[in-house]
Design a protein around this ligand. Sequence first.
Ligand SMILES: Cc1ncc(COP(=O)(O)O)c(C=O)c1O
Length: 325
Amino acid sequence: MDWDTRALDVLAAGEPTPLIELPLPAHGIKLLLKDESKQPTGSLRHRHARALFRRAVLDGSIAEGVTVVEATGGNAAVAQAWFARRLGLPYIVVMPGERSPARALAVEELGGECRFVTPPLAIYDAAREIDGHFLDQLGRAVPHDLAEELFGQVRPNWVVTGASTGVTSAALGQWIRDHGEGCRVAVADPENSAYFPGWTLDVPDYGTGMPSRIEGIGRPRVEPGFRPDLVDLVVPVPDAAGVAAARHLREVTGLPVGASSGTALWAALELVERMRARGETGTVVSLIGDAAARHLTTCHNDDWTTAKGLDVARHTATLRQRTAS
Ligand SMILES: Cc1ncc(COP(=O)(O)O)c(C=O)c1O
């Protein structure tokens, strides 16, 4: 078997992640959570990484011995380092900011190398200068396989996701369009992110220039992978509400989810409310993007939310009322 064939074997679709039902008051609407924290590297980014590697093997940009490069500070680096190790390829990630042993550890344990660069926006140029193949998850936007897997499990009326690269919402929307599914896609967008104003005002290159406080989702500009034509609704979610919903998710599931999953859940509960008010029944799916111990020191920690000026408690009553708790 040649290297490419073996590589494509490694990059074949993995085990489906489970759906968890979130208890709601009885009104004929079901809310299911697609738990991407059960991916081998603990996050939805596992799918992005697999899709990026597959595309690069198929178009010849990655072959035996090629160094794989990315610029990111998040879960993407862990997922990519995992695939690089399985393919026997060197992996270098350029991360924003000062060196942090805690952030580097997960990548280094997988045999990858972390380089830290300031100012944060210099990571992209620094990655381009490294001799190797720059995966470029933001610029390349390769669709992944979540939709195919999800619609094999359930036929929902709405799917709710966050957006960073835009790939998840675009892949879901494209699949629905291609397969004639009667399902709609909603994007939950945190404060400071460009997706809600860009989508609402129909300005494809909208920029806020402000970083999102919600790890993993929300961008200062609309990224090339975001397809406004494939998204039915963008729901703006206050950061404090997203954090309150993440805490609720942890209470119900026991999973230390990140605030991106809470943000999606908050938007999903808004949709459930809307369906209920219209007398509709059906199923809403919301994504759990990841779960990790590090979130216990951020969104699940009162010192962190106080320092960020987030009044989480004021959303708790709404959450109680909208869920069966
Ligand atoms: C809940 C949630 N939705 C979506 C995403 C990713 O979105 P995209 O595919 O736009 O990068 C994440 C993070 O990876 C997430 O945590």
